[in-house]
Design a protein around this ligand. Sequence first.
Ligand SMILES: [Fe+2]
Length: 241
Amino acid sequence: MIDIHCHLLAGIDDGPSSMDESLALAQYAVERGVTHSVVTPHIHPGRWSNEALTIRSSVDTFKKALADKNIPLIVGMSGELRVGLDALQMVANHQVPFLGKWGSNYVILIEMPHSHIPTGMPQMVQWLMQRNIRPLIAHPERNKDILRNLEKIQPLVDSGCLFQVTAGSIAGRFGSTARDRAVQILEMGIVTVLATDAHNLKRRPPSLDEGRDAAAVIVGAEMANRLVVDNPWKIVSCQFE
Ligand SMILES: [Fe+2]
């Protein structure tokens, strides 16, 4: 399986705080059937000041540590870009690493605030689409506006966004409300990928398999597999060529 949203790098966001913890997360992912993890640290100006250059150097260190410990996880890199004006400036300055491609479009993983869908969201999506960049919206099933009213997702669908649902949401790790929304979004047929959004072993581990298995009950094993293997690979394979 290919996990394209996870926080495995030590000390650069709210993911693991030490290399030992990073390696434990990697080992866990491998044991649960993950072959490739594309790390996506928060890029959130004012809170987590990550960008392509700093992420790359942290990834290089992580890859060396994985090799030293013989942990066979193949690692790619991108970032999880928080919505905002600074975010667009960073994209314009090429400071945000693309996740990969979807057809002829580049893909960026976008995080909205959990509390609401920002009013400027349609403009931001349009700005990105005009630049041949397709937003992949992280965990829409945990956004409070969408939790209150599922119809709030429709303008994002209509504007061409892709959607990443979190494996743990379908498996019930974020409560029954988020689970119900995750299931409904899956049933709408608009989910592009499942990913773990792993941060730590205790509460948010890289358990992509539990999401796949829970999704298989809802959309069937073939589609569930597509969401954790074929579709994520279609996006990120260019990183590994
Ligand atoms: Fe995340």
